[in-house]
Structures are given as C-alpha cells and as structure tokens.
Write a protein that binds this ligand. Structure first.
Ligand code: WT7
Length: 660
C-alpha cells in the first residue's frame, strides 16, 4: 500500500502494516501493568516516579524527586541514599527468598550451575571484600572484560556494593578497544578470565588484557578468573580470582550511597569518532530498570523463568540481566555461548530445559533463526513461553510474525522495546497486557516517559507523518553525561533541538494513523531518492516480507539521475530454492518492494549475499555496504564482528545483479 509522500515531513511514511494482536483476556487480567498506569503517570509524572522509586530499599529517603535546574544534567531522588547491590541481592535473602535460584547459569560446553540468592549474596560479599582489600572503593573505576560467566555478574555487583564504577568491555573486543576504554576512564583494576569458549573451543582472553595494560599505567591489578584452563603469561599485577576472592569473608555490610552516586560507565561507539563513555548513576537508573523490567516483561518473581540473551558487554546486559531483573527477584537463565553451539537448536533446548517463560532477544538473532528454518524450534517444547521481547534494531514485521508463530506458539505478546545505552532503560514499548501489539512497532512511550516524533523545526508531525524521535521530558535512568566530555554530551544530544530542550536520539520515526510510533533506523542512514526521504527500515521490511528473504540491508548509493538509488543486499531463507537468486527472482523481489511500498522505493539493484556486515552487537554496518554499492574501497572494518564478511560479499557480487 502506498501513501503520498512529502508534505513537509522530514521522512516519508511508505509502509503500512495493519495486523494487530490484542492480548488474550487471561493475559490482560493477570498483567502487572493495567491501563490505569498511563492515567496515573499522566496525572502527576513526578509523583508517579516517586511511587516507582518506592519499590527499592532506600537507606535515606529523598527530599526532591527531580532537580532539572542544571539541565541537561538531571538529578533524581535528590538527597536519597541506597546501595544498588543490596537492592539486587541482600533484601531478597532478608525477605525469606535465600533459597530461590537467582541464576541458572548454562556454560557453552554444557556445564551448568544454579546460584541461589543466598549464594549470590555470599559471592558478591566476598568479591566486595576482595575489592576493598585491593584498596578499591567509592568512585574508583574497574574494567570488566569477561565472557558470560557468573563471576562477571558477581564483579559488577561487587563494584556497585563498594561504590566503584564498573566499565564493562565486551569480551569480543580487541586489546586496542579495551586499552582506549581503560585509559579514557583511568581504571585502577581489570577483572578478566584466562580464556573464553567460542563456538566450542577455548580461546585465550588474557593476552589482550596484557597488551592493553602494558599501555595503561592507571591499572594496578588484574584479577583473573580461571574459566578455560588456558595457559596464561603472568605479570606482577596479576592475581587469581580463586586465590584472592575465595579466601575472603562472605559477610559484608553494604554502605548506602547518594542517589546520584555514579554506578557505571559503558562505552558506546557512535558511527564516527572515539567511543563515548556513557555515565549512569544509582537511584534513578535502578528505579527505571526495575519498573520497566517488571511491567514490560510482566515478571512474576515466584513463577517466571526469564532469559535475556544479551551479553553483559552491552547495556541490555546491564539493565536486563543484572540490575532490572535482580532488583525484581528474578529467576533467570544466563547462557555463556553462541546460539549454534553445538547445534542450531541450542536456545530452544535451554528454553525447554528450564521452562523459560520470558525470552528477550534481538532482531538480528530472530532473522538468523528464520534463516536456519522453522523446523528447528519446532523440535522443542516451547509451551512455557508467555512473553517475548525484541531490542536493538527495528524488527521487520515478517520477522515479528515468524517469532510469534514459531517461538511464541502463535499466542505470546511480543514487546518491541526501544531504548539506547544513553537512556539506560526501556522508553518506548507496548505494555503486554494493555496494548494490542502491531508487528514492527514499538508503539508508545511507557507511562512516565515523554517521546515525540518531530520535523526539522521541532514541531510534532501529525498522524501518518515521519521525522525525528525526541525525548521531551527528563527520565530517571537518563545518562548523566559522557565521561570527561561535557561539551560532547551537550553537542551530541541536546544541540539539535536546543530551543525546545529536546533530547535528540538520532533515530528516524513515524506515527501511524493511530498515533503509534514506528522506528525507522538511524537518521544517518536515511536515503534520498528523487527528493523523497526514505528510511532503510521500511524497504528492508518490504524485502523481508517476501517468502524467500531472511534478512535485508539497504543503502542509498549516489545516482546521477535520482540523487541516490536504493541498493539492497539480501540473505535468502533456508529452503528458498536454487532459483531464488536468479535474474527472474531478483526482478520479482524488486517488483515486490514496488508493490508493498511504492515504485519510488523499488531498489535499483539487489545483490544476494551469504552474510551481512554487523557490529559485535548485531547492528548492520550500512556504511560498509555503501562503499560496496558505490564501488569504493571498503572503509574501516575494525568494529565488524567478522571482518571476513566483506570479502564474502565482494566475492558474491559476481552473481545476482539486476539493473534496469
Ligand atoms: C539504538 C541504540 C537498547 C539496547 C540495545 C541497543 C536502535 C534499539 C530498538 C527498537 C528500533 C531500536 C536505535 C537506538 N534500537 N532498540 N526496538 N526498534 N530501533 O543499544 O547500542 O545504545 O543502540 O538501537 O537506533 O538509537 P544501543
């Protein structure tokens, strides 16, 4: 279906999706979040957030909910004091839940460990005592460079407990990436492992730390967890976790810190420039992580088994494995490995084994599952699942439908959650028992959150219009700046709509006829074809809606006639058939896009590729595809998860071309 483009919108609205899925009556009746939550937040936003903060244990209550006088630097729950780790661990033991499993940890080679809240309290206390013994305390920075082992979570909580800031660096990053992140925040301590399992084989990890630390004089000690038994070189700074931590007392009295005490720094690499150290603080962050986790996922701590498949190296792992879930007394699965080790059904095997009821993952993985085929999840009992979630990228409507049908048994609500490292917690998402979900839409700001779609002038676009996503009210878990760079904080997020005082998220978005929000990808990726501003997301979704396509990435390549022409890269579904990449099939795909969203969006060229270039967190790097589409030498590939992918793509270009 086509809508007329232009009319003063910053971005054209091309794709229309009309399927909706209301929650069942049973689900709606039992849901944590009821419709009144919206009313309540609207009636008095600050009172609403104050009520949400009450879900935590405060050693000293705050005297002011929000101080925005220093905008864009917010203070939430001013004067309040709390210990974040106490809130995630000890208070559950004190309320009689010490024997409840907090973490069902599943190692990649098949080893496993069940950790109760009582055990978690002992482990975190020991680790906190170890930090203190090394002289690490409030405001010190600690780098954590580890695979998904339980000690990584103990380490994060131990930092929080003693008021030190953790700086978690994804274990797949290079020594160089680790070094710059350690240096920028002058970390005194690094916590790592000897090695990590990667697709069934142990790979060394500590050599990267040695290399990084050699050039990072701020580091005094390196704590090493033994995971793979890999031989490691030993330096004067190194100490084994099992020697240092295991001998500590398992008793530790947590100290309460100010609500605005810094909790962590997490580096996020923008499209260009050096990574930004996003700073988060304690009380507001934990309040929103906890509130969103309970309401968006409908968590019932006594019966649910929750699984978020993210890595703690990303903000999703911080907010939806560690802080949100544990503050809500979750029982959760933590999995160390990759989804196809040792076979492509590994996730479903784990869901079946633990009776996982809430599953939260990324569109990139859902599309990978589509590529592997629906017969794989079909082999397992997934009937325990009752809520599914998605985060990280726009989810294409067809991938959403596939997820609901093949993972959710055609019945589970799917929450498409929009947020960022900077926002700290979920901002836009349906509430699963209240909202009729729409495949591909994040729909509405959560109660208490203000978000809008505006045009170049900062004026809200009408229903059916497209533009820029902004956040127009401060929120508790908002970033408190970029570490060491106040100017960059102001420039990056607050200068675009300075007069209005809006936070600019960098994403394109549109409203549908009902006023629901659809995310359209990063504004840097928007294509301009004959004066029409077209989002990559909509064309990609049109391609994925064809039965032969599992995944698609589109870019605008310069074009003498139209300014930019649309070039698409597609991965075919498993079982798509031998002809699916042939000239006729390519023509059919181009026609399909024209039919779905209009002739203006018809790709100039479609290339069938075996893989797409992705960052380590699974986001497609369209910049590299633009280089290919414009026949340029491919640019910097250092942030690619797999740098051989670009060679594969170039090799594949011989086939699959279709140009008018
Ligand atoms: C960017 C933030 C938030 C945790 C993981 C990513 C994109 C995220 C969605 C969604 C459409 C999404 C946006 C955003 N994004 N969630 N549900 N629908 N786009 O954190 O690495 O800081 O990335 O991811 O472009 O700005 P991040």
């Amino acid at each position: 279906m086509t809508q007329s483009p232009g009319q003063g919108n910053a971005l054209d609205n091309l794709l229309t999706e009309s399927r909706t899925f209301p929650p069942s009556d049973e689900f709606a009746a039992q849901a944590n979040a009821q419709p009144a939550l919206y009313e309540e937040a609207k009636a008095d936003r600050e009172a609403f957030w104050a009520k949400q903060a009450e879900r935590l244990h405060w050693e000293t209550k705050w005297d002011q909910v929000l101080d925005w006088s220093g905008a864009p630097f917010a203070k939430w729950f001013v004067g309040g004091k709390l210990n974040v780790a106490y809130n995630c661990v000890d208070r559950h033991v004190e309320s009689g839940h010490g024997d409840q499993v907090a973490i069902h940890w599943e190692g990649e080679p098949g080893d496993s460990r069940a950790i109760t809240y009582a055990e978690l309290q002992r482990e975190v206390s020991k680790a906190a005592n170890a930090l203190t013994s090394l002289g690490i305390g409030a405001e010190d920075r600690v780098a954590i460079y580890m695979p998904m082992v339980p000690e990584a979570i103990f380490a994060m909580l131990a930092c929080a407990r003693v008021g030190a800031l953790h700086n978690v660096v994804f274990g797949g990053f290079s020594a160089e990436a680790l070094r710059t992140r350690i240096q920028d925040s002058a970390c005194r301590l690094v916590i790592t492992t000897d090695g990590q399992y990667r697709r069934g084989t142990p790979a060394p990890l500590k050599p990267a730390v040695d290399e990084a630390v050699a050039d990072a004089p701020s580091v005094e000690k390196v704590i090493v967890v033994k995971r793979t038994d890999t031989e490691v070189a030993w330096t004067g700074k190194d100490v084994w976790w099992h020697e240092l931590v295991d001998s500590q007392s398992d008793q530790h009295t947590p100290e309460a810190f100010d609500s605005e005490h810094p909790l962590f720094i997490l580096y996020t690499s923008g499209t260009t420039g050096k990574p930004k150290g996003i700073l988060h603080t304690s009380g507001g962050y934990l309040t929103q992580a906890s509130y969103t986790h309970q309401n968006v996922f409908d968590l019932k701590p006594d019966t649910d088994v929750y699984w978020c498949t993210a890595d703690i190296g990303w903000v999703t792992g911080h907010s939806y494995i560690v802080y949100g879930p544990l503050s809500n007394r979750v029982t959760q699965v933590v999995y160390e490995g990759t989804p196809n080790t040792p076979h492509e059904g590994r996730h479903w095997e784990i869901v079946q084994k633990y009776g996982v009821s809430i599953y939260y993952t990324a569109p990139t993985l859902i599309r990978t599952f589509m590529k592997w085929g629906a017969d794989i999840p079909a082999k397992y009992d997934l009937s325990s699942l009752r809520v599914l979630g998605s985060v990280g990228e726009p989810i294409n409507p067809e991938a959403w439908i596939w997820y609901r049908e093949n993972v959710g048994g055609g019945k589970t609500p799917i929450v498409d959650t929009w947020w960022q490292t900077e926002t700290g917690a979920i901002m836009i998402s349906p509430l699963p028992g209240v909202i009729s979900t729409k495949p591909g839409s994040a729909q509405r700001p959560l109660p208490g959150i203000g978000a809008k779609v505006v045009n170049d002038e900062g004026v809200e676009v009408p229903a059916g219009g497209g533009g820029y996503l902004v956040l127009d009210e401060p929120w508790p878990s908002m970033l408190r700046g970029i570490w060491g760079d106040e100017e960059r904080y102001r420039d990056t997020y607050w200068s675009r709509f300075k007069d209005q005082g809006f936070y600019f998220a960098g994403d394109g978005a549109k409203y549908d006829a009902d006023g629901d929000i659809w995310l359209l990808g990063r504004v840097d990726d928007v294509m301009n074809v004959s004066g029409h501003r077209i989002s990559t997301t909509e064309v990609e979704s049109a391609l994925v809606s064809h039965p032969t396509v599992a995944e698609a990435a589109v870019v605008g390549a310069s074009d003498d006639t139209t300014g930019q022409g649309i070039v698409a890269f597609v991965i075919l579904r498993g079982g798509a058939g031998a002809d699916a990449g042939g000239a006729d099939a390519i023509k059919a795909l181009r026609d399909h896009v024209a039919k779905e969203i209009g002739p203006i969006a018809k790709p100039r060229q479609i290339m069938v590729v075996p893989e797409l270039p992705k960052t380590r967190s699974g986001k497609i790097m369209r910049r590299l595809l633009r280089d290919v589409a414009e026949n340029r030498a491919v640019g910097d590939v250092t942030t690619l998860a797999d740098s051989s992918v670009m060679d594969l793509i170039s090799a594949g270009l011989q086939s699959g071309k279709a140009e008018d």
